[in-house]
Design a protein around this ligand. Structure first.
Ligand SMILES: [Zn+2]
Length: 124
């Protein structure tokens, strides 16, 4: 007769992380992360993605901001914030977020051509 006064089962399920769902580790562009790390800029970036202000052309990502439209390529942006401070502006964050979340408008064509296209020419 083994008579075990067990220490009540309370402790049997103490693990917070259930080991088998290994952390994917690819989560560092999540909403929470951006908001926590970048504060307002992060939130702005996420909002822009949700509002459909991030467009992906064949060559570049383009972000429509309040004061203008900016071209983002990897860690480069054409806005003055980036050019002067050369730190990640919210456009870059927006593109990162757009990439990881898929929240962007997909455009056909090349943005560069669009930029270079002269407005309404009648030369034939
Ligand atoms: Zn920028």
């Amino acid at each position: 007769m083994s008579r075990r006064e067990s220490l009540s089962g309370d402790q049997m399920h103490s693990g917070k992380d259930a080991g088998d769902k290994g952390s994917s580790g690819k989560n560092d562009n999540s909403d929470e992360f951006l908001a926590r790390r970048y504060g307002e800029r992060g939130i702005k970036a996420i909002q822009a993605c949700r509002d459909g202000k991030v467009e992906k052309y064949l060559d570049f990502f383009v972000v429509h901001g309040v004061t203008g439209t900016y071209v983002v390529e990897d860690d480069f942006c054409t806005c003055s914030d980036f050019l002067f401070r050369s730190s990640e502006c919210w456009h870059i964050l927006a593109v990162k977020y757009a990439r990881s979340s898929g929240l962007f408008i997909k455009k056909e064509g090349w943005y560069q051509e669009k930029m270079e296209k002269p407005p309404e020419t009648n030369t034939i």
